[in-house]
Design a protein around this ligand. Structure first.
Ligand code: DAK
Length: 260
């Protein structure tokens, strides 16, 4: 069943989404993308889930890219459809109402790096390898890599990765600011869950708006971004969570946010 290609483990307030094709190093084919798309829709509507963790099954790969065997058989029309669908799914990761943390547990190549880049931030195990090797296959990154990588790393480093197709270690990815933390594989999920729970304790509406402000504000002029920020701030002042957060502070207790 297509659903088995992507597993969902829910332990509120966290949900872990696991790309589950370990024999093919979790390569993304159309069925995986469809299953991921459906799970993202369900998570968006699930008010019990406040933070989503994205990882790959097994100890070797996060996602080793789009499925080369499937792509090799695609007509131009099918290729365009596949690329567009992948872009829309990755955009859904970026636009999810709640934060998505990528726990990169091995190879994150091509579409795998692009999927991690669509998340809000990345923690990786020290055996992880990042790269966008598409040019070695005669194609180029088609799931947003040519756009998200330069926004994160700057044009020079992004072009070096995209044009050489070379792999870099998790430590190098950390040093160039592609990922937030690197650690032994045995510590990865615990560290990701810890930071996810720290986020989940906060006001969910504020977290959701702040995520969106960073993403949308990054691509527009500063003044427009600041205007958007102040309007969103006004909206936030209308929430019960804002009242509860400040009241709890003044009463010297922990807030109980309801997402309203
Ligand atoms: N697709 C399909 N199968 C894959 C795969 C992939 N990306 N990566 C690995 N596998 C499969 C292998 O074929 C092998 O299958 P069997 O032979 O056992 O049946 C199994 O996973 C184990 O892989 P290896 O035997 O190769 O394992 P190794 O440890 O020796 O090597 C490796 C690991 C990650 C270095 C190697 O598997 C590798 O180089 N994999 C390919 C990595 C890669 O090139 N990834 C980028 C894929 S291209 C676009 C839209 C999207 C994209 C581009 C354009 N538009 C239309 C514009 C995205 C493109 C990509 O992501």
């Amino acid at each position: 069943m297509a659903e088995d290609l992507v597993l969902l483990e829910k332990k509120a307030p966290l949900a872990t989404v696991i790309i589950n094709r370990p024999k093919a190093l979790n390569a993304l084919n159309s069925k995986v993308l469809t299953a991921l798309d459906n799970i993202l829709d369900s998570l968006n509507e699930d008010n019990e889930v406040r933070v989503v963790i994205l990882t790959g099954a097994g100890e070797k790969a996060f996602v080793a890219g789009a499925d080369i065997a499937e792509m090799s058989q695609m007509s131009p029309l099918e290729g365009a459809g596949f690329s567009r669908f992948g872009q829309l799914v990755f955009k859904k990761v970026q636009d999810l109402k709640k934060p998505v943390i990528a726990a990169v547990n091995g190879f994150a190549l091509g579409g795998g790096s692009e999927l991690a880049l669509a998340s809000d931030f990345i923690y990786a195990s020290d055996n992880a390898k990042f790269g966008v090797p598409e040019v070695t296959l005669g194609i180029f990154p088609g799931f947003g890599g040519t756009q998200r990588l330069p926004r994160l790393l700057g044009k020079g480093l992004a072009k070096e990765m995209i044009l050489t197709g070379k792999m870099i270690s998790a430590q190098e990815a950390y040093e160039i600011g592609m990922i937030n933390r690197v650690m032994p594989q045995s510590d990865l999920m615990e560290a990701v869950k810890k930071v996810a729970l720290q986020i989940a304790k906060n006001g969910p509406i504020a977290v959701s708006i702040a995520k969106n402000l960073v993403d949308v504000g990054y691509d527009i002029p500063l003044d427009d971004g600041c205007l958007m920020e102040s309007r969103s701030f006004g909206m936030c002042c209308a929430t019960e969570d804002k009242k509860e957060g400040m009241k709890a502070f003044l009463e010297k207790r922990k807030p109980e946010f309801t997402g309203k």
